[in-house]
Design a binder for this molecule. Structure first.
Ligand code: TRP
Length: 358
């Protein structure tokens, strides 16, 4: 079977290092592994509009920002098809057919939808489009016959819902759709990177993000201001590494070679953690190390982003070509779906049957 990746992001803001370790870095790895026949990376503008109907300009402006972040991280348009969701209208038609295979109560039970409804204060006035976005996401995934969907942990309920739709469709209309597998980050620290304030999630609205587009000095300031163990007051005090954002970031970003380069007194992260736990290791020293590690990782990304920022027309050419290619693939799946449902009224096969009946 063809190995196909589909994944994407809502264009509601620039991407941050939480996106990077949770998903972007993995995509680039998978892209370069050579194990996949096709890779589709979608900028989910239609999904972003489901809770931004009154702010289409916010979505429009962030399409370029997200595309820049993608290219900056090393997604390569030669290997990965980067496209804009709403430029593939076949996805909307698929969504409409899938809606009939899902109950309202099933969507209401989707934990991600539940918490997002709460976060947005939508309890009494959920836009219907927003409510249906898990179904539209199933259309995104199945339209490309994705076998692998690399996403953050928060997307797990979406994938479960998608698999249910695939099974239901295949049961009702015959084997048609491809069953996708989720690919989660393999490093625990990458599942959900906390904000620099130690809050559970890095989020634009909380103002606790380090963005891929941040200048090096901003990154340094943010890291030096990070929360650590509140009980680690003096250098000699024993400190906690568990739940300590600085160490979670090190878990996510640091590799053994970073020690050789920036902190040769230690062999690896375990030794550094042990020293912190014993006492005698100050926060500033650990933060300076984290700063070096993150600067070395994010520097090349920022440089590549700047290069693409100076060529916005080329970025849009990439998106346009990607959207055309994506559209052709989705159209093929939509044909298969209409055929399976026997609503392909004007197909040759159908017309032939009509004449045979005469
Ligand atoms: N829901 C994803 C996000 O919040 C974006 C998305 C839309 C997506 N359709 C998808 C991700 C399909 C993976 C597969 O960023």
């Amino acid at each position: 079977m063809k190995q196909v990746i589909l994944t994407g992001d809502r264009p509601t803001g620039r991407l941050h290092v939480g996106h990077y370790v949770g998903s972007l870095a993995r995509r680039v790895q998978l892209q370069n592994s050579g194990k996949f026949d096709e890779i589709y990376i979608m900028i989910a503008d239609a999904q972003a509009l489901t809770d931004n109907a009154e702010h289409p300009e916010k979505v429009r402006q962030n399409i370029l920002q997200v595309a820049l972040d993608y290219l900056a991280c090393g997604l390569d348009p030669e290997k990965s098809t980067i496209f804009i969701q709403s430029m593939v209208p076949e996805l909307t038609e698929l969504t409409f057919y899938y809606m009939n295979l899902v109950t309202v109560s099933r969507v209401q039970r989707n934990p991600t939808v539940k918490s997002e409804i709460q976060m947005r204060g939508f309890e009494t006035s959920i836009p219907v489009g927003f409510f249906c976005y898990p179904i539209s996401q199933a259309a995104d995934i199945t339209a490309f016959r994705a076998t692998a969907v690399p996403v953050g942990e928060d997307q797990l309920p979406m994938l479960e819902q998608c698999k249910e739709i695939v099974h239901k469709f295949n049961t009702v209309y015959g084997e048609t759709l491809t069953d996708p597998q989720i690919i989660l980050p393999d490093n625990q620290a990458c599942l959900r990177l906390p904000g620099i304030d130690g809050k559970a999630k890095m989020s634009k609205s909380l103002g606790n993000c380090i963005y891929l587009s941040d200048e090096s000095e901003d990154i340094r300031k943010k890291i030096m201001s990070m929360f650590t163990d509140p009980n680690h007051l003096r250098v000699q005090d024993p400190g906690r590494t568990e739940g300590n954002p600085v160490f979670i970031y090190l878990d996510a970003f640091c590799r053994p070679e970073h020690f050789a380069e920036f902190l040769p007194e230690y062999q690896n992260l375990d030794e550094l953690k042990a020293h912190y736990q014993r006492g005698g290791l100050g926060d500033v020293k650990v933060k300076k190390f984290l700063n070096n590690v993150m600067q070395s990782e994010l520097g090349p990304i920022r440089e590549r982003r700047k290069m693409w920022e100076s060529r916005p027309a080329d970025v849009f050419d990439i998106l346009k070509a990607g959207s055309e290619k994506a559209r052709a693939t989705a159209a093929k799946t939509l044909d298969d779906v209409r055929h399976a449902m026997r609503i392909d009224y004007f197909s040759e096969e159908n017309l032939k049957q009509l004449t045979a009946q005469e």
